[in-house]
Design a protein around this ligand. Structure first.
Ligand code: ADP
Ligand code: ASP
Ligand code: MG
Length: 420
């Protein structure tokens, strides 16, 4: 018998009507003869509601209590879905992260799943039940409840699928797959029937929140067969594949953006060895992740140095950098927290040049100023003003014809090989 892990996100669990629809979907999978394990998120808006309650009482809630509080959202969802399944005469059992055997590392707010003891889940399946697991949470070695970072229920689902060696992990959400761009911003965005694992990893880490980045890492690590599907409509969704036939891939597969960034610049830094390290280490030792780093060529013995951080860390990074700049004898520190990052992703870029040219020209024609650029083999990212993101996404979507099915030019020699 095949085993499927289904994950339902917040909008899929938004209210009793949605939860009843989810129960119907689970029922259908059972009727098709599958064993099913379900992972659920908190009801839409619930995690934010709990967060604002905490912040109304204290600007800086202790991480342990932050996790203890937020984990209740997912727990309520598991019980509600079991109640709905019971109404359909299906035996279901709710599991907290602890009950499902989900062991995590010790950090409370961004814990990683270290191990899953599947005994309880397997016993429940053996009894013919549908285990319904709370996403986004686990327990650390001290026995404290931990959470996996925003969007973490995706990671729970993939980890549970890997641990149970499920035949498929299905991520049900409010869109019917992974699109060429966020369909909320670009109505012309097209669903991708398939996306390579590598592209999905880039898209997620560059801001496409349809899958949490950590969940995509686990898809790769354990080769989990995964599909993104809609709770509210039918269709094949998007399959994450491990093919790497770049010759058959379009140049650009998707566009991602991230509004949660901020830029810091130190002007007039003495151009001597060790300065970059001192600047970056001063912020990274404070636990702040640095993203894009740019250093200009030196002129008259001084240079300029810029980098980006998460917007939540902006004020802290600015304060630290002020002290570092003074110590280094730099001229001035500038900051801008109204920036965003826009990225083109595609394994097809590996075998083609010219993508950057088209990207820069398109943004230029739109009058969008590029502040920073960074590239890798399969992505190009630029930092621009935040308010220009939506319009830039649409312009690039059009320029790369992402709304049309890609026409892939075959290499004539390869074509010949195939027909031989
Ligand atoms: P869930 O609550 O089900 O986990 P999320 O809100 O976390 O759902 O993720 C789904 C959302 O991701 C979509 O509503 C969509 O706006 C956004 N999104 C961003 N980029 C993409 C993309 N490339 N393809 C599909 N959805 C995307
Ligand atoms: N409820 C959590 C969040 O809103 C986890 C999730 O939905 O995946 O981030
Ligand atoms: Mg999500």
């Amino acid at each position: 018998m095949s085993l499927i892990v289904q994950k339902y996100g917040g909008t899929s669990m938004a209210d009793p009507r949605c939860i009843a629809m989810v129960a119907e979907r689970v029922k259908r999978a059972k009727e098709e003869g599958h064993d099913v394990v379900v992972v659920v998120s908190a009801m839409a808006g619930e995690t934010d509601r709990l967060l604002s309650l905490a912040h109304a009482l204290n600007d800086n809630p202790k991480p342990r209590e932050y996790s203890a509080l937020l984990a209740t959202g997912e727990q309520a969802s598991t019980a509600l879905l079991c109640i709905a399944l019971d109404k359909l005469d299906y035996q279901a059992r709710s599991f907290t992260g602890l009950q499902a055997g989900i062991q995590t590392t010790s950090e409370h707010k961004k814990a990683r799943i270290a191990d899953i003891n599947t005994k309880a889940l397997r016993a429940s399946l053996a009894k013919g039940e549908i285990p319904v697991v709370a996403g986004f949470q686990g327990v650390n070695t001290e026995g404290d409840v931990t959470t996996l970072g925003r969007g973490g229920s995706d990671t729970t689902a993939v980890a549970v699928a890997a641990a149970l060696q499920a035949d498929e992990c299905q991520i049900y959400t409010d869109v019917d797959g992974v699109y060429t761009a966020d369909p909320r911003i670009e109505p012309q965005a097209r669903r991708l029937a398939k996306v390579t694992f590598e592209e999905m990893l880039e898209l997620a880490s560059l801001g496409a929140k349809v899958l949490q980045t950590r969940s995509v890492e686990l898809i790769g690590k354990y080769r989990v067969p995964l599909r993104v599907l809609s709770t509210f409509s039918e269709g094949g969704g998007t399959l994450v594949t491990f093919e790497d036939d770049t010759m058959e891939q379009p140049l650009v597969s998707g566009i991602a953006y991230n509004r949660n960034e901020a830029k810091l610049t130190v002007l007039g830094v003495p151009d001597v060895p060790g300065v970059a390290s001192q600047i970056i280490s001063s912020v990274s030792t404070a636990g702040i992740d640095v993203d894009i780093i740019v250093q200009n060529i030196a002129y008259n013995g001084v240079t300029d140095f810029s980098f980006t951080v998460h917007r939540d860390d902006y004020q802290r990074a600015l304060a630290i950098l002020g002290e570092t700049a003074e110590r280094l004898g730099a001229r001035v520190v500038l900051g801008d927290n109204k920036i965003g990052k826009l990225s083109l992703v595609g394994v097809g870029m590996r075998s083609h040049a010219g993508v950057a040219n088209t990207m820069f020209a398109t943004l230029g024609e739109e009058g969008v100023n590029i502040q920073m650029i960074t590239t890798s083999e399969i992505k190009i990212s630029v930092v621009i003003e935040e308010r220009e993101i939506d319009r830039s996404v649409r312009a690039l979507h059009k320029a790369f014809k992402l709304d049309c099915e890609p026409v892939v030019e075959m290499d004539p020699y390869r074509e010949k090989e195939r027909t031989l």
